[in-house]
Write a protein that binds this ligand. Sequence first.
Ligand code: ZN
Length: 590
Amino acid sequence: MKALSVLLVLLIGSSLIAQKTPDTSPNAAEIAKMAARFAPTEIKVDISKLSAGDRKALSKLVEAARVIDDIFLTQFWAGNHDVYQKLQADQTPLGRARLHYFWINKGPWSEIDGYKAFLPDVPPTKLPGANFYPADMTKAEFEAWVKTLPAEQQRQVTGFFTVVQREPATKKLTLIPYSEAYAPDLDRAGGLLREAAGLTDNASLNRFLTTRAAAFESNDYYESDVAWMELDSPIDLTLGPYETYNDELFGYKAAFEAYVTLRDEAETAKVQSFAARMQDVENNLPIEKKYKNPKLGATAPIRVVNEVFASGDGNHGVQTAAYNLPNDEKITTERGTKRVMLKNVQQAKFDKILLPIARRLLTPAAQKEVEFETFFTHILAHEMTHGIGPHQIKIGERATSPRQELKELYSAIEEAKADVTGLYMLQHLLDRERNGKSAAGAPASAEQKRLYTTYLASAFRSLRFGTQDAHAKGMAVQFNYISDKGGFVARPDGRYEVDFRHIQAAVRELNHDLLTLEATGDYAGAKKLLDDLGTIRPGTRQSLDRLQDLPTDIEPVFVTADQMSAPPPGAPGAAAPQAQSKARRKRPQR
Ligand code: ZN
């Protein structure tokens, strides 16, 4: 008994000590090292070709997008604004480092470290329901509550644009529309959108801005989503509640984000010229004729833009390089979706990540062939070729689709297919330029050298993400298949290059195999391919290990936007926080 009480005393004592454990969160140097994985990169756009009205509108839109940061901070975590204000008041080197990394993550958790907290006195990781639901609500409580609601409220509570809170008095769950939950911020943002609408001379932009500002008040986004699909303007804007990834409880709730961008006219023309040639590419795919589609339908529109500013859910952790919206099924069934590609963000990632990878892993001669224009054209080709190849298939008499048949394997197979079909397409267009004369056996042209070598370098970039990601798994299949066929070669010094005697045939054969797996809905065959080749082999692993100190992603420094309005504390390019900044940045009504 006595021994037991001694033990109890010891246990209690040790738990007291545990409570007093000094702060183990990372110090200033450690946080700086974490932040250094994001290479600061200037994001600039030439706005000189905009009309005078559009230039003024753009400045208002950047301001509106800065309000979106405020809304997203609220949505991400209930404690975010308090922590952010405290960090602004902390002038120590540790405080500065924390503020900077907080702004990269838009919260106290390091996203690329599995949302591990880097600040003391905060939850150890991101809350699964973010701030869309009460922190103490369980899934079971929510589901039981939903069953008690009338049908229309059930629709809203599982919809995009409401939050669930507890009534202060009764602690019962209650439903709040975004228009109420974020009213002061939405008023500010909506006012700025209306000001911009009054300044632009583009009718479709005016319509999107006015309908979106109205949606902030009515909480009905349908009309403004339609206006977004029809937006045809030098200023391209995405601003509102969209993606649901932050709601890890249910995936219902949309986070606010903004991308203020300018349309890239040259690339938009390139997309159109590709679109006109897709039937010819389909007709020449390396599969049996019976699997080809003699009449392709309309393809989903692709917009190429350059980013002036991104905020909220569109600017935390790893930067968005392309997005597909909207998510609302009513719109997507009626009108499909629009894919927006952020060209200058892709260029920034290319410069800061892909080129350093190439310098380390390619032979000196191969390094010279790695080029951004080719990289970006291949990304475009990848997107376009998602639209060709087998989509409606028949197994016996049963009409089905590759997605239904390949199930959880489909993403990796389809991503690999788009990569190699994109390569195949660009090779086909090069051959067409030579008037159909086959170049087999001829020495590689300058374009071919750039195409296949840039593809090799980008393979390493994808493989770095690990094969749990569908793109990376699909890339492992490609890398191993092409290496086995002699298309990629590792030199004795561990550097890689393309063997142009074998690369075209390897790509063609792999393309044939992938397209045939889809055309026949061959689950077993897809599984075998992924099991055999969808892995990172020891030699490749060694090469990837040599990339560990290279940045993971970029940290955008919005030079053009920051000239229009000053960035907030913690953002790169912002002035060091001053003592009065706390008062200056005080948020309305919170
Ligand atoms: Zn894809």
